[in-house]
Design a protein around this ligand. Sequence first.
Ligand SMILES: CSC[C@H]1O[C@H](OP(=O)(O)O)[C@H](O)[C@@H]1O
Length: 335
Amino acid sequence: MTGNYKTVEWLGDRLLIIDQTRLPQHETYLELADHHQVAEAIRSLWVRGAPAIGVAAAYGIVLGVQKIESRDHKEFLKQYHTVAEELAGTRPTARNLFMAVERLNAAAEAAADILTARNAILAEAEKIQAEEIEATRKIAELGADLINDGDTIMTHCNTGPLATTGYGTALGVIIEAHRRGKRIQVLATETRPLCQGARLTAWELKKEHVPFRLITDSMAGYFLKEARVDMVITGADRIAKNGDTANKIGTYGLAVLAAANKVPFYIAAPSSTFDPELPTGDDIIIEERSPDEVTHQNGKRVAPEGIEACNPAFDVTPGGYITGFITETGIRKLP
Ligand SMILES: CSC[C@H]1O[C@H](OP(=O)(O)O)[C@H](O)[C@@H]1O
């Protein structure tokens, strides 16, 4: 399925994750023992990527429920919802997180008694992870058909196994094309301010021996204009009914530049990232992260003291800029 590393693994009473903030220098695994630690892991991006945070949140709820001692069903459900709300409050943009919480809420509410609820909640979390792994396997297979021998593909942020607990989305497509022997080149953007591209995509592509070059975000237009890119593929965090897509900050600019240079722009995402209740991207909540992530690098201040910095973690690309959505059920166009 993936390289010789784990992203999120359920251990029965603890959740094993790789600490993505320490990559690529350190491959550090953490065993999270309660839902507070899982919530912190999602907030701090020790685990990140829309599908991965959905799976982590699901198991975080399971850990929280394991600690509920009440034998009163009503009290149990009350405490269940306190746990679920803590996980739901970690990051606002990725649809997968809320899909997972909603599915576990339904499992908890439908159970006739506490023991049934405990078993149903765990079963649903395991089902979500299994579905995400299978969905990313299919995305990789279907998407790789779009890539031709000799293509140069640009990608943004990190969308590999690290971001999904499975095969990856956009990066899963790229890795599968390479595995099929297609002679591809990848241009991976560094993806400031947290450099998921420079740190995580570079680490994953190097492990898979996929030929790539790391570029700064500001170089993307140059390569798209110089006709040195055959397609752009990125991931997604939330996709509205009309195809408007929230993804890592910088994606919108890439999509506009791709359109201006007539380069196909694909989004690779599982069904769990689509939000059919959302008519357009206008109402997608964009996570605002700490300005320190912009003024500091590796914890060291690089900007002067006392200045203001902005740090929206995502932007929304209008569906009209998106050539197609690579999903586990096929290549979709929206609306
Ligand atoms: C395969 S979804 C990955 C998706 O999530 C990333 O955001 P973050 O690193 O902040 O969790 C980025 O938007 C990727 O496209």
